[in-house]
Design a protein around this ligand. Structure first.
Ligand code: URA
Length: 273
């Protein structure tokens, strides 16, 4: 069956659909030995020999992406010399070697991406590309708008000033509050240290978003493979940022200015009990 050339290339996982189109337009793709720059070109994967930068498409390693909802008290690594449970214990039936993209603390929960696409993993983690990560947190006490403003502008930690963050009030109770904090760096224990610095220790922390990925309804300990659409969106987000940095263009806005703040919602509206 014939498919569009860019769809075939993107399907192998070596590039997003958009990047595949760029590769074709740049003359880096051949079909049966001839350079093809026409985007709508149809090919038959069973019959036609497609090469990207001189390499056979069939030799390309298929990339695998999955997300796990890491439970509390599990290491976010693949093994632990101390014998504690690790994310690997939850990947039953996954035969491809995948690696966790970044860390979550032992007592943190939530979205962990695992993949064998090393370039994508590196770009997602590199602070240069400002890929946002969002955490739903429960903290001691109730933050004032001034404290939220400090977190948004940046707070001084022992390893330097943090970049601007986004902080959304979720709900408050008598002695605790829930917030959604989005950061674009990935320093060790960063969210906990940021909140500690404004006097509100974190009691619970769940990563709910990473770039375009959303944890959604995955239960703690469950994993699933990303859909093609999700994997493609993630690759596109990263490729776009890498291209922008290479062209010296500024990345999507990071605010230092105060924003108009909504009030707190009622406690029952908290997303995690
Ligand atoms: N920030 C933290 O403090 N801990 C995590 O696990 C993730 C982000």
């Amino acid at each position: 069956m014939e498919v569009r050339l860019q769809k075939l290339i993107a399907g192998t996982g070596i590039a997003s659909r958009r990047k595949a189109e760029q590769l074709i337009a740049a003359g880096r793709v051949t079909v049966n030995g001839k350079v093809v720059t026409e985007l709508g070109t149809k090919v038959d994967p069973g019959r036609d020999h497609v090469k990207v930068d001189g390499k056979h498409l069939t030799a390309a390693q298929p990339f695998v992406y999955l997300m796990l909802n890491k439970p509390k008290h599990v290491m976010s690594t693949l093994n632990d010399p101390g014998g504690r449970p690790t994310v690997k214990d939850f990947l039953r039936g996954v035969s491809v070697r995948v690696f966790p993209v970044g860390r979550l603390d032992f007592d943190s929960e939530g979205l962990m991406l695992l993949t064998n696409n090393g370039d994508l993993a590196q770009a997602l983690l590199h602070p240069r590309y400002h890929v946002p990560k969002t955490y739903l947190i429960k903290v001691k006490g109730i933050l004032t708008d001034e404290e939220i403003g400090q977190l948004e502008r940046g707070v001084r930690l022992e390893d330097g000033l943090t970049s601007p963050a986004q902080v959304k009030k979720v709900s408050k109770a008598e002695a605790n509050s829930w917030l959604e904090v989005t950061i674009r760096e990935g320093r060790k224990h960063q969210v906990k240290r940021m909140l500690e610095s404004v006097g509100h220790p974190v009691i619970r922390l769940t990563r709910v978003k990473m770039g375009s990925l959303v944890l959604g309804r995955l239960e703690p300990g469950e994993f699933r493979f990303l859909t093609d659409r999700e994997a493609n969106a993630l690759r596109e987000l990263v490729e776009e940022r890498v291209d922008m940095v290479e062209r010296g263009e500024p990345l999507p806005a990071r605010r230092r200015k105060p924003v108009r703040r909504e009030g707190w919602a009622r406690p029952k509206k908290a997303k995690v009990a």
